[in-house]
Design a protein around this ligand. Structure first.
Ligand SMILES: Nc1nc2c(ncn2[C@@H]2O[C@H](COP(=O)(O)OP(=O)(O)OP(=O)(O)O)[C@@H](O)[C@H]2O)c(=O)[nH]1
Length: 560
């Protein structure tokens, strides 16, 4: 190649012009002897460099150094270094990035006759693709290794191509089991050998698993390892261009989830038992107060749960019950409710007393979602309490309020009347000659008469008035907002009603009786602050006057 003939040179030129790379040859004197067009265009050498024939290596290097092709530095020095390096050159391959960003792969080989040949390939695209691939592989690596699941990717020939650290950890895989491309069968077999699948024949197990895997069908299974942890294994086939390209398997440690689910189930069962074995039901409403959840309501209120869902909770409560207003008010203010007793309706129409405890529910962002509560059936205890109250505050013979209840009511009324500036009138009723009734017709008839008087008094009074049995054959009437004249009128009305009343005795000898009573009326002015005993004393004075006056009459107490 030292002194190529013209024919040889032309042939060579023709050949290298056809090659897809840039090619150049230098002789031992570092004089270029041939190059193709691709070489010149690839390196953007101007035609002027070739005007006086092919350049020497120094000319090229100087030109290149001048345009920064080799980086910073004195062009002369750089060109000298390039020429120096070219001497005694060994075969080499290196990459050079050009100032314009293009990456060239430069292969050089010495020629037997001295000199060398250099082949330039533009590998910019390949480099970019490699970098892209590298970047994606880094992404993939990062993603795979930050996943909480173990992941494996197996190719269509069942070679394990990819896995993450989590997979190795989850299966405590010994060193060396996994390597790029390791046959899936080998992994299964080694796993079987270390007892991962229990007492199985490793070879058979590997064969069976491979046969299943070869179907490339999606699958999901749970497996509990010897260490007690349970894995959920989910496989999905992978398609590339419509063809099966392998499968991806994820391994999720669901031990905690299972434990939590079990704990939740246990709590639910316990709750369910607690609800079913006690007179309790639980409920939830939405923000509008409509039921969204109910448990155990049927054994308390008779309604099936599904029939109440969506209905307003208020619909089941008696609006008139003592505390239902308070419960509604609390709920409106989004306040907790604690053991407030409300009256509810059983499906049969009966009244059920419920002790309600509830609290508002808010979502994590603080938005009001509704109420959650527990209702306890307290009907029995409420009725028992009501009965006790009835006994404690009422007269057993007549069912009227007793002295204690009268006293309480008097205190309340007195304060109210004083506040409103209204009079309050009290009537003391004393049955006339009652001793005779007892003596002549016996105690039982006496009792009948007392009950008849009680009924008569109660039925002739307004609901806001109160009549009580004061003791023996004496009754007390409290008239709200009534002055002395009104009081006297009411007393007279009662007197006449009693006088005209024929009481059935149930006796053959005396089927009916008529009795009368003496009435003492006293009125309390708003400015007066007098204890009940003193008021009764005043009324008693008036009764005494009525008795003295011949009985069966109304007398107004002196001084009111
Ligand atoms: N049957 C019955 N008698 C009662 C009861 N409580 C009190 N008595 C009787 O009521 C009578 C009251 O008699 P007195 O206080 O003497 O008065 P009176 O006979 O009504 O005479 P005047 O009041 O003066 O008209 C007594 O004989 C009591 O035993 C009761 O619960 N049942």
């Amino acid at each position: 190649m030292n002194q190529p003939g013209i024919g040889y040179q032309d042939t060579l030129q023709t050949i290298i012009n056809f090659l897809p790379s840039g090619i150049t040859m230098f002789n031992a004197d570092q004089q270029m002897v041939v190059c193709n067009r691709i070489f010149r265009t690839m390196l953007e050498f101007p035609d002027s460099l070739f005007d006086d024939g092919l350049p020497t290596l120094r000319e090229l290097a100087l030109f290149n150094a001048g345009r920064g092709e080799y980086g910073e530095g004195d062009p002369q020095v750089i060109a000298d270094q390039v020429c120096e390096r070219a001497r005694g050159m060994q075969p080499h391959v290196f990459e050079r990035q050009r100032p314009n960003g293009a990456v060239l792969e430069i292969r050089g080989a010495p020629l037997p006759s001295g000199g060398w040949v250099s082949i330039y390939t533009d590998i910019t695209d390949r480099k970019r693709a490699e970098q892209e691939a590298q970047r994606y592989s880094t992404y993939l690596d990062t993603v795979l290794n930050s996943l909480p699941q173990g992941v494996t990717v197996v190719n269509e020939k069942l070679g394990v191509e990819l896995w993450n650290k989590r997979f190795e950890n989850l299966l405590n895989l010994p060193e060396g089991v996994l390597y790029p491309g390791v046959p899936f069968e080998e992994v299964i077999r080694k796993n079987a050998e270390r007892g991962e699948y229990g007492d199985v024949d490793p070879v058979q197990k590997a064969r069976d698993t491979v046969a299943l895997a070869m179907k490339f069908e999606p699958h999901r299974l749970e497996r509990t390892r010897a260490d007690g942890r349970t894995l959920e294994i989910e496989g999905r086939d992978m398609q590339i261009d419509g063809k099966v390209a392998g499968f991806v398997t994820t391994y999720t440690d669901i031990t905690d989830r299972i434990r939590n689910e079990e704990a939740l189930r246990r709590v639910k069962n316990m709750m369910s038992d607690a609800i079913n074995f006690s007179p309790t039901y639980i409920w939830e409403t939405d923000a509008e107060g409509n039921y969204t959840h109910l448990q155990g309501v049927e054994h308390i209120l008779g309604f099936a749960e599904q029939n109440l869902l969506g209905l307003p909770r208020a619909a089941m409560l008696h609006a008139g019950s003592d505390t239902s207003g308070e419960v509604a008010q609390r709920m409106k203010a989004r306040e907790p409710v604690e053991r407030l007793v409300v009256e509810a309706r059983h499906m049969s129409g009966a009244t059920v007393w419920l002790s309600t405890s509830a609290r508002p529910v808010f979502d994590p962002s603080g938005r009001y979602m509704g109420y959650r509560g527990v209702d306890v059936d307290v009907t029995e205890i409420t009725l028992a309490r009501q009965e006790l109250e009835q006994i404690a505050l009422h007269d057993t013979l007549t069912g009227l309020a007793n002295r204690r209840k009268f006293q309480d009511r008097y205190e309340l009324e007195r304060l109210r009347q004083a506040r409103l500036g209204l009079p309050l009138t009290l009537i003391l009723v004393d049955v006339d000659h009652f001793k005779q009734v007892n003596d002549v017709w016996g105690h039982i008839v006496g009792d009948i008469c007392l009950k008849a008087v009680a009924n008569l008094l109660a039925s002739h009074l307004r609901p806001i008035d109160l009549v009580a049995r004061f003791g023996g054959e004496e009754f007390l009437v409290l008239l709200s907002d009534a002055n002395a004249a009104e009081g006297a009128m009411v007393a007279e009305k009662l007197r006449r009603a009693l006088e005209g009343k024929s009481i059935d005795t149930g006796l053959e000898a005396q089927p009916s009786l008529q009795i009368t009573a003496s009435f003492g009326v006293t009125t309390l002015l708003p400015s007066e602050n007098i204890a009940l005993e003193a008021v009764i004393e005043r009324a008693d004075g008036a009764v005494y006057a009525a008795k003295r006056g011949g009985r069966n009459r109304v007398c107004i107490a002196e001084g009111g």
